[in-house]
Design a protein around this ligand. Structure first.
Ligand SMILES: Cc1cc2nc3c(=O)[nH]c(=O)nc-3n(C[C@H](O)[C@H](O)[C@H](O)COP(=O)(O)O)c2cc1C
Length: 445
């Protein structure tokens, strides 16, 4: 079968631009209204997209002008979306730093049952500096420590999902046997951060576990992804760094005995679409007019772990000294490095940098006609930069509807994207081998 794109809807209520929530043409529903998410998910499903993805953060926004990336808790919301959709995948974010393996294992196994095998887990270590204070800690664990915690967390939760295979469920009314204890696998995990006896008390789900998604780009992040991730989200402002990341992550996975297709790499793209280039450009102009440098600086400070940029003049080219050493940033290390790198390489002023980030936070934000957007997607897909994209509409529903009605048909006509779902589970959509086969393969190494 010819290689085809994978496309997710990265669903931010009302859109991805930092001022989308106040755009006059954005979704009228409140950000806590299920109907907003249900309508967007159905638009994506009608276009046969692979999945809906919900991000999350465990802190309140630092400014009244900002909307949290997780207005509603993802797993709860996805369970509701499971009831109003049939085929589209449901990927939710949850933290390995501030969650407990047994609880999270129950939540995602339940979501996989309720959705008949459409669950995916975006595994994050939670970079937001103040999240620790919400979980009884005085300070955020360091970047390295968060990844060590994540490795132990994965060992525990993966064992829990293996502990009650579907075939152990008998539901034998006549014989009086609900499960076959001989098939239940003990866990008894004792790690440096987590201990859990097990077994899990939710029977094995259709996929056996959620699809493992991750989005780390630092050295620790890439090592973690090469070991665990099946789908890797990534953020790039240009194709060149995307190609570098793609080649590196595929090589790391291969070095662990995994096949190239066992790892699906999805950069983000935030397309502003118009019937002419000018009309498309106008979309970002309108959004930029609704935001301010103060809002942008608040977000930049968070990305750099609390560093205060307020003394940096807005309208002179940025210098190395304007940034803290990005490699010393304990928050979103790779994103900080990417942002500083681009700003200095392109000779941007602070105002220009904030405008560049306002659109999609370090992901590719691009304006154009449907043909132009399709050309960029095809170019990255065919030149070793992507296996598909996280689509990040700047404004919802308008730009989501334009993408699904105008760009997707072009990609389908070019034979680059499915016209029908061929499977039922999220693993099917991503072309991933069933977990049992996958485990046998990785065990064989
Ligand atoms: C598409 C995408 C989605 C992400 N979603 C979240 C999220 O919902 N919550 C979160 O805490 N971090 C999220 N992240 C951040 C990553 O989990 C990670 O912290 C970041 O990429 C920095 O990686 P590093 O620590 O390896 O440098 C996301 C990153 C990307 C590229």
């Amino acid at each position: 079968m010819t290689r085809q794109l994978h496309l997710n809807l990265f669903l931010m209520p009302r859109g991805h631009h930092e001022s989308a929530w106040r755009h006059p043409r954005s979704a009228p529903e409140s950000l806590t209204d299920l109907q907003l998410y249900a309508k967007a998910a159905r638009i994506a499903e009608d276009a046969r997209l692979d999945a809906v993805f919900l991000a999350d953060a465990l802190v309140a926004p630092a400014s009244g002008g900002l909307v949290a990336s997780g207005v509603l808790e993802p797993i709860t919301l996805l369970s509701a979306l499971a009831a109003v959709t049939d085929r589209i995948g449901l990927i939710g974010t949850a933290s390995t730093t501030y969650s407990l393996p047994y609880t999270l294992a129950r939540q995602f196994a339940t979501l996989d049952h309720l959705s008949n095998g459409r669950a995916g887990w975006n595994i994050v270590t939670s970079w937001a500096p103040n999240a620790a204070l919400n979980y009884g800690l005085d300070a955020e664990p360091s970047h390295g420590e968060r990844y060590r915690m994540a490795a132990d967390f994965m060992d525990a939760i993966d064992a829990l999902w293996r502990s009650w295979p579907a075939e152990a469920l008998l539901d034998d009314r006549a014989g009086g046997r609900y499960s076959d204890p001989s098939r239940i696998i003990p866990v008894n995990h004792r790690g440096p951060f987590h201990s859990t006896k097990g077994p899990l008390n939710v029977p094995g789900s259709p996929q056996s576990r959620p699809v493992y998604v991750q989005a780390g780009q630092s050295e620790d992040g890439r090592a973690f992804a090469a070991e665990w991730a099946e789908v890797i989200f990534t953020a790039h402002l240009g194709k060149d760094t995307a190609q570098g990341f793609y080649a590196d992550i595929k090589a790391r996975a291969a070095a662990r005995g995994r096949r190239r297709d066992d790892v699906v790499v999805l950069p983000g793209i935030s397309p502003a679409i118009g019937s002419t280039q000018a009309e498309a450009d106008r979309v970002f102009e309108e959004l930029d007019e609704l935001t301010s440098p103060e809002i942008g600086l608040t977000r930049l400070t968070a990305r750099f772990g609390g560093h205060d940029f307020s003394d940096v003049p807005l309208d002179r080219p940025l210098r190395v000294g304007d940034f803290p050493d990005p490699s010393a940033v304990e928050a979103s290390k790779s994103r900080a490095m990417g942002i500083a790198g681009t700003a200095l390489a392109e000779g941007l002023t602070m105002r220009q940098l904030l405008q560049k980030l306002a659109g999609a936070r370090g992901h590719l934000a691009i304006a154009g006609t449907p043909e132009r957007i399709a050309d960029v997607i095809e170019d990255w897909f065919t030149s070793g930069a992507a296996d598909g994209f996280n689509v990040m509409p700047p404004v919802i529903y308008e730009q989501l509807e334009l993408f699904t009605a105008e760009v997707v048909p072009i990609l389908q006509k070019r034979g680059l994207f499915r016209t029908e779902y061929t499977g039922h589970t999220l693993r099917d959509h991503f072309g991933l081998a069933p977990v049992a086969q996958y485990r046998a393969l990785s065990a064989a190494g």
